[in-house]
Design a protein around this ligand. Sequence first.
Ligand code: NAD
Ligand code: UDP
Length: 316
Amino acid sequence: MKRILITGGAGFIGSHLAERLLNDGNDIICLDNFFTGSKDNIRHLIGNNKFELVRHDVTIEYFAEVDQIYNLACPASPVHYQYNPIKTMKTSVMGIINMLGLAKRCNAKILQASTSEVYGDPLIHPQIESYWGHVNPIGVRSCYDEGKRCAESLMFDYKRQHNIQIRIARIFNTYGPNMALNDGRVVSNFIIQALKNEPITVYGTGMQTRAFCYVDDIVDALVKLMNSDFSLPVNIGNPDERTILDFAKLIITLTNSKSEIIFKELPSDDPVQREPDISLAKQQLNWEPSTCLNDGLIKTIDYFQHLLFDKNLHNV
Ligand code: NAD
Ligand code: UDP
């Protein structure tokens, strides 16, 4: 049994991680400022005497006695992280400085939720951890990309200077229940549009690619990484790469929707191709995703169906 701090614990991935670590018998502190997270995601955990919810902003110092820190606090959807880009950068940079300071004081292990975005619009495919990336340092995505790159840099400086035990998960596109209705990312947008029989908004030609991983697989990898001895960055994701256009068609089929596909302007710096090389995770963590896209999407569609249905009930 460990005392574990999860920042961003009321968010999409954080809420699943909190539940998993609680079920494993740990004491959890879930810290969140509720910018994109919601109490609804963790409502079922409130009242458990091993679960503590703290409203706090990671840009401000936080003190607690903990054994492990999972630093997930940061908006992850382009719509949300571009809403207040200065705050996004502060959250990544000041947040990790505060959490590394806490790790140093407590001699705690710390895991940073990094991202495939550290590779930017990648020039090699699939992406391997040794690739340094191709990031526009002044573009609209840079508040997120460079913030996460800076956080990785700080993790390594704290390791070299203070011998902190660090873990870096480079998470690729993740989906599943607990994504917010207003999330704005492709999985939730397409499912909601399809369930409402509204047009599916494909940005650009739809020939850009992503590879989607179900949240339970990601959580499993995060826990394995934290409990491993491996301190270099590790890609975590599902290598099942799809074009966005094919993904739209798949959602229409799985929801049995009458939606048509419409094309909208491609946002700037939208990466053209993305797929993780997960050889390192397989080798070091003995991990690979086990949920196929169709199965994961069916569970996610079910979640959104309930959410939309319940909302409609509330609106009546
Ligand atoms: P999310 O937006 O659902 O969760 C982020 C959580 O952090 C929210 O609960 C939010 O309220 C909280 N938060 C934001 N700023 C904060 C602050 N200043 N102080 C305290 N809490 C704050 O996003 P998610 O998809 O669950 O992503 C979780 C982490 O994983 C993020 O760090 C993200 O960058 C990383 N990640 C996610 C994906 C993905 O596809 N979901 C991919 C790569 C990396
Ligand atoms: N996208 C889209 N329609 C939408 C939302 C997103 O075509 O309604 C595209 C987006 O341009 C990108 C891909 O889907 O190419 C994934 O976008 P998302 O915002 O989910 O995450 P990203 O991987 O770009 O951070």
